[in-house]
Design a protein around this ligand. Sequence first.
Ligand SMILES: [Cu+2]
Length: 237
Amino acid sequence: MSETRTGLVAAFTLAGISTLVPTVAAQSGTSTTDGLIWGLNTELLAVAIPITVLVEAILIYTVWRYRAGKVTEALPTQENRRLEITWTVATAVVLLFVGVASMGVLAQDHVATTGDSIGADDDTLEVQVVAEKYAWTFNYPEHNVTTGSTLVLPVDREVRLNVTSKDWLHSFHVPGLGLKQDAFPEQANYLITEPTETGEHQLYCAEYCGAGHSGMLGTVEVVSQGEFQDWLDEQSD
Ligand SMILES: [Cu+2]
């Protein structure tokens, strides 16, 4: 009995230590969207890693404890109602946590925006993202500026991207900022985010759209607010 107890204590200790790992690895992200997604990832890992370690520890302990030569005959499992209730409730708690944590992130404007819902306020920068075979065009309607291939965004300011297409299905995908949205003809799909770090990110088309699909690339440049203003001024000259 004391051997079993020692094994369980060891398993729980390992599980406890492993929860520290994802906490240390947590990161704030390059945009509010990216931060929310990575935050959820970290939370889920904090639950998944201890469970993995616990199951592996019990498995290894069982293999060692009941190895050949020590116990000669396998015995049928006895009914244990308390144990069955425990693992049913524990599983339910874990699934509930995963569900609630995921919904908490998915329900946010900065992760999933549907239709023309939108919590965009007056200070939000509007950009129209137009996809066509095989290029991207960005239009800043408030500033009368239109550019191709490079989307320039100011840091620490909310931006609302109105993603659409001129011909058929494409998808606006910037993994570095945690952004992805389908582009459909005659339909506006929105993305709301706020870049929190300056830097350059690769833009991909993530919906197979024809022979030039693999070359349908672009760049997203996140610059300081001052640089953004200078860039806008340059464009309208
Ligand atoms: Cu495309």
